[in-house]
Design a binder for this molecule. Structure first.
Ligand code: HPA
Length: 292
């Protein structure tokens, strides 16, 4: 960890430390990925379609943050997906686990340093949009960094220009061409009934949202909400990666004060299991067809 000498917030892991992390990992594997994939809660099954696997557990990578949540395996998997060289993070870390957001930057910057050009992020999310159903797949078209409103942003701190600019733009955050491609593939697969496109928001968690918070998100134009993804996407865009994001709607957020329904993590994992074949089918075609 490098710290400024004039009491500013720590910058997180330095460029040189990320470089040595990336070189250390690459020295252990043959794979040279240009696509990185971060699997959300219950979505780690995507690893089943990766061939020529080379696996490194996070715990064997010094300085790599380790996920503590059920449904997040904690492995870096190198291999081929639809003929393309990928690295897949089976399990991610979240701010609610106690990691500062700057730590969440580490895996993304390491991927960039290993040669990744495109980052694919997936997550489980609660449906705010009342038209959304459990099991829907939502192409993320934009996000609201609600955690950022409270100062939680991985780019806070001294900026190293070698990673990216001090003030990175966040329009076209979720690449338009990738979104268009995703729409056409989901239609081709006849997944229209559960295909959506919308805005994702991130609150830190770990508590699920109150009824009033869900109503607020709805007023803000949010379609689905979760506790991840945004920090990784901010870091990815900062360092020039193209991004595609997809949410699996695992529960409908409760918006009625007298409801006896409540969100829970078991439901999240269960829905992930039910959609895993569709998710695998989609990404197999998507990765085959994307331009990196
Ligand atoms: N809220 C926040 N995060 C989530 C939810 C939710 O309802 N479902 C899955 N992750």
């Amino acid at each position: 960890m490098s710290e400024s000498n004039n009491n500013r917030t720590q910058t997180g892991t330095s460029y040189e430390e990320i470089q040595s992390l990336a070189n250390g990992i690459l020295s252990k594997v043959k794979g040279r990925p240009n696509i990185g994939i971060i699997c959300g809660s219950g979505l780690g099954k995507l690893v089943d379609v990766v061939t020529d696997q080379e696996i490194i557990p996070y715990k064997d990578i010094p300085g790599f943050p380790i996920s503590t949540v059920p449904g997040h395996e904690g492995k870096l998997v190198f291999g081929k997906l639809s003929g393309k060289s990928v690295v897949l993070m089976q399990g991610r870390v979240h701010c609610y686990e106690g990691y500062p957001p700057q730590k969440i930057a580490v895996p993304v910057r390491t991927m960039k340093m290993m040669g990744v050009k495109t980052l694919i992020v997936t997550n489980a999310a609660g449906g705010i949009n009342r038209d959304f159903k459990v099991g829907d797949l939502m192409i993320i078209k934009d996000h609201v960094n609600l955690a950022g409103f409270a100062g939680v942003n991985p780019l806070v701190g001294l900026n190293d220009e070698r990673f990216g600019p001090r003030f990175p733009a966040m329009s076209n955050c979720y690449d338009l061409k990738y979104r268009q491609l995703a729409r056409s593939i989901l239609k081709e697969l006849n997944y229209q009934d559960f295909m959506r496109e919308g805005v994702y928001s991130m609150m830190v968690g770990p508590a699920f949202e109150t009824v009033t918070e869900c109503k607020l998100l709805s007023i803000l134009g949010v379609d689905a909400t979760g506790m991840s993804t945004v920090p990784e996407v901010l870091v990815a865009r900062h360092c020039g990666l193209k991004v595609f994001g997809m949410s699996l709607i695992t529960n409908e957020c409760v918006m009625e004060y007298d409801s006896e329904q409540f969100a829970n993590h078991e439901e999240v994992l269960e829905t992930g299991k039910k959609r895993s074949e569709n998710v695998k089918n989609f990404f197999s075609i998507f990765i085959e067809k994307i331009e990196v």
